[in-house]
Design a protein around this ligand. Structure first.
Ligand code: CMC
Length: 429
């Protein structure tokens, strides 16, 4: 007997709704028929209790601190795979074997260059523009360059767009950085790995030889893996909602980048590092925690708390480990901000304010420190997040387009504005 949930309406009438099971995680009440049967909507600003789609890509158990991509724990993926294997997994549902991996890497590698005219687009931006502003513009403009494959109903076109986006994001991010500091763009090199290529495009200059540091490349690759997908977060939902109208994938990813930019989402690692700089010293941690706990101060402990994780974010643990590796490699084990972050974390984890609200470090708490140590300027942090998340966004977009239940996203509202009234002529208002 299929499970149902019964809703009792104010007039005493009851309606049964199907309860749908997932493979793991909470069941959902399928309320699609509610409006038709009761003339009512549900009210759920911020989607606190609403599943907006069904998906087979990423699973999070926020209470247990578990994150799985296609069933694989993030810890195992971070340890045994590289970012392109994870991209393949997100796109196709399975990890690649050797042959599949070589083919995939070959295709991605051969799509890393961008059209020369796209390179010229950068000159239209002010050099002091935030690189995320540039990213929104440049990624959105890709649809003007690659309109040979924009038919979203054509599986081959969708695949080419996915390859192009994953392949070109490092080039576009690095160009945004190079433009902002007035250095020449660095073209990709096919014999380098995806992530080594990115590091070279970011940091090489024509005047000097660039040496790839494997420890630092591995750290950056791990940042990519940890940020690759996170089920229906704000930016992914933005990509899906934009795509639900039939918009092309480049426009959808540009919309996702715009959403990611906000400080409550991808901008948090930038905000976290600024916060650490502001605190300045371990001796000031107590005073700062006091401000955070004072509701009138408006101060939050950035890099702490999460809508879904009510436990330690598993990505934060991995990122803290990477932080140790990178700082050791660079001889920075006494890094001031890292020491400060560790002290802040320790105090917060023992403080009842954070414990009672289940506020734990999230991925952004340590990722800013790692990126800063890698030489990445703060303003580029969210661009790097967008590079990594493109893999998840495009996988989720693909999944939506091929979902037989896919419909244009059209939330409803509880209207609280004026009731019908008449317009007075201008001189009578
Ligand atoms: N510092 C201090 N108090 C906090 C914090 C924080 N970072 N986060 C939540 N709270 C308090 C909040 O004031 C509220 O307290 P009360 O119940 O007394 O009113 C309670 O905890 C619940 O918070 P909420 O704002 O209702 O929770 P939410 O699920 O709407 O917000 C969040 C989640 C991530 C926006 C929030 O925790 C936050 O602003 N954190 C700091 C920003 C941050 O680190 N963002 C990165 C998220 S992880 C990266 C990603 O996946 O994009």
């Amino acid at each position: 007997m299929p499970k149902t949930a019964t809703l009792k309406l104010p007039d005493g009438k009851t309606i049964d709704f199907p309860v749908l099971p997932g493979t793991v995680g909470p069941e959902v009440v399928d309320i699609r028929a509610l409006y038709g049967k009761a003339g009512m909507f549900t009210y759920d600003p911020g989607f606190l209790s609403t599943a907006s789609c069904s998906s087979s890509i990423t699973y999070i158990d926020g209470d247990a601190g578990v994150l799985l991509y296609r069933g694989y724990p993030i810890e195992q993926l971070a340890q045994h795979c590289d970012f392109l294997e994870v991209c393949y997994l997100l796109l196709y549902g399975e990890l690649p074997n050797r042959k599949q991996k070589d083919e995939f890497v070959g295709i991605v590698t051969h799509h890393t260059m961008v059209h020369e005219q796209l390179a010229r687009l950068y000159q239209g931006f002010r050099r002091d523009a935030h690189p995320m502003a540039v990213m929104v513009g440049v990624v959105g403009a890709l649809s003007a360059f690659y309109h040979d494959a924009l038919d979203i109903n054509d599986a081959h076109h969708r695949t080419i767009s996915a390859f192009r986006l994953i392949a070109k994001m490092p080039t576009i991010v690095a160009m945004s950085y190079k433009y902002s500091i007035g250095q020449p763009f660095v073209y990709p090199l096919n014999h380098l790995s995806y992530t080594a290529n990115f590091m070279r495009m970011m940091f090489a200059v024509p005047a000097a030889e660039f040496k790839v540091n494997d420890v630092l490349v591995r750290a950056m690759d791990r940042i990519f893996i940890l940020h690759a997908d996170h089920e229906q977060n704000a930016s992914t939902s933005t990509v899906r909602l934009s795509g639900s109208s039939g918009a092309n994938p480049y426009a959808c990813i540009a919309a996702g980048i715009a959403c990611l930019w906000g400080p409550a989402h991808g901008g948090a690692n930038e905000a976290c590092l600024e916060m650490l700089e502001e605190i300045g010293d371990v001796s000031k941690v107590g005073e700062f925690i006091g401000k955070v706990k004072d509701k009138n101060s408006g101060v939050r402990l950035m890099g702490f708390g999460h809508r879904v994780y009510k436990n330690y974010d598993p990505r934060a643990k991995l990122m803290r480990e990477t932080c140790h590796e990178v700082l050791n490699e660079l001889g920075l084990h006494n890094d001031r901000l890292f020491r400060l972050a560790l002290a802040l974390e320790k105090i917060a984890l023992e403080d009842d304010y954070f414990v009672s609200r289940k506020l734990y470090p999230n991925v952004d708490f340590y990722s800013g420190i790692v990126q800063r140590a890698l030489g990445i300027p703060v303003a580029m942090f969210t661009c790097i997040f967008s590079l990594a998340r493109t893999a998840g966004w495009i996988a989720q977009w693909q999944e939506m387009i091929t979902d037989p239940e896919y419909k244009i996203g059209r939330p409803r509202q509880l209207y609280k504005g004026a009731t019908k009234r008449d317009v007075k002529p201008l001189d009578k208002r």
